[in-house]
Design a protein around this ligand. Structure first.
Ligand SMILES: Nc1nc2c(ncn2[C@@H]2O[C@H](COP(=O)(O)OP(=O)(O)OP(=O)(O)O)[C@@H](O)[C@H]2O)c(=O)[nH]1
Ligand SMILES: [Mg+2]
Length: 297
């Protein structure tokens, strides 16, 4: 008998920072929605990515990497944002990095130990382990450390692997009608995505603690027949950071602006005029009220 019932559900993507959650979500929906970088703690919000197929609709929820040590208020908010994403979803997809299992992975395993829905454990970045057989003892060990329903060793960059993830997830989704219009890839606003694209370039270009002390706010977002006009404000915590973000003769800001503009033009399918500003806002990342007003929940 052919099972032809349409399936639809939400899938939380959780794991410690830097395991490839956002890269995988973008790969699964075939479009860049969530920003990525080689640095941990890139994602700060919950970000929905929607994949609409003939037989199912998969609603992914990308989350900030769950990390130890409360640290600043922003860190606590990020951990809360991630763990609360486990509530009310139909499937939990936990990511680990092939060959590694840290205390932060153990924390994630502990958080998902009691969820009532299927847990798909994705062992990402298998491309980094050669030959593959080296992974076998690691895979056996994971069975003791994570309570999962099914596990999949993959590389988020590999189309065949992402297809396998999709097929596996569909099996675990409940029957039901689509929740979103089929041409919708995210429910995030263009304004939010614009701020994120700018933050991604800053995250990738800046070193040490600088990327962690900044946030981006969109001050103006105007759509005209010719182009989209965007003014983005980069908030930093100290004068010294402002100097670094601007760079010598404004060089850093120029590069960041030009890279972000390329992404935005692709995303918005329009010409884009992007203007960047930098301002100091003392201690915003450790101030609960400032965080709330900056859109961190
Ligand atoms: N070699 C390899 N690198 C990968 C793979 N998937 C992701 N990466 C890289 O891993 C780094 C982290 O990826 P992200 O997608 O930003 O990781 P994340 O889990 O979303 O990180 P946070 O948002 O900080 O929690 C980036 O440099 C990616 O390019 C993979 O399958 N193989
Ligand atoms: Mg991420």
């Amino acid at each position: 008998m052919i099972d032809s019932a349409f399936r639809c559900g939400t899938i939380a993507i959780v794991g410690r920072p830097n395991v490839g959650k956002s890269t995988l979500m973008n790969g699964l929906i075939g479009q860049k929605i969530s920003i990525t970088s080689p640095k941990p703690q890139t994602t700060r919000h919950r970000i929905h990515g929607i994949l609409s197929l003939d037989e199912a609709q998969l609603v992914f929820v990308d989350t900030p990497g769950i990390h130890l040590n409360g640290g600043k208020a922003l860190n606590r908010v990020m951990n809360r944002t991630a763990s609360s994403a486990l509530e009310g979803v139909d499937v939990v997809m936990m990511l680990v990095e092939a060959g590694r299992f840290t205390d932060e992975d153990a924390r994630v395993a502990q958080l998902i130990a009691h969820v009532k829905v299927p847990v798909v454990l994705v062992i990402n970045k298998v491309d980094k382990i050669q030959p593959r057989e080296k992974l076998l003892p690691y895979l056996a060990e994971l069975g003791q450390k994570v309570a999962f329903t099914e596990s999949l060793p993959i590389s988020a960059y590999d189309k065949k692997h992402t297809q396998l993830v999709i097929n596996t997830l569909i099996k675990h989704l409940p029957e039901g009608e689509a929740m979103f219009d089929e041409d919708m890839v995210t429910n995030a606003s263009s304004r939010f995505l614009a701020a994120e694209m700018v933050r991604e370039k800053l995250m990738r270009r800046l070193e040490k603690e600088i990327p962690y002390g900044l946030t981006v706010e969109i001050e103006k977002y105007e759509v005209t027949p010719e182009r989209v006009i965007i003014d983005a404000l980069i908030l930093v915590e100290r004068e010294g950071q402002k100097r670094i973000v601007i760079g010598e003769s404004g060089g850093m800001l120029k590069q960041v602006g030009s890279e972000a503009r390329q992404d935005l033009m692709r995303m918005l399918d329009s010409r884009v005029h992007l203007q960047l500003w930098v301002k100091v806002k003392d201690n915003w990342s450790d101030d609960e009220r400032a965080l709330a007003s900056l859109g961190y929940q």
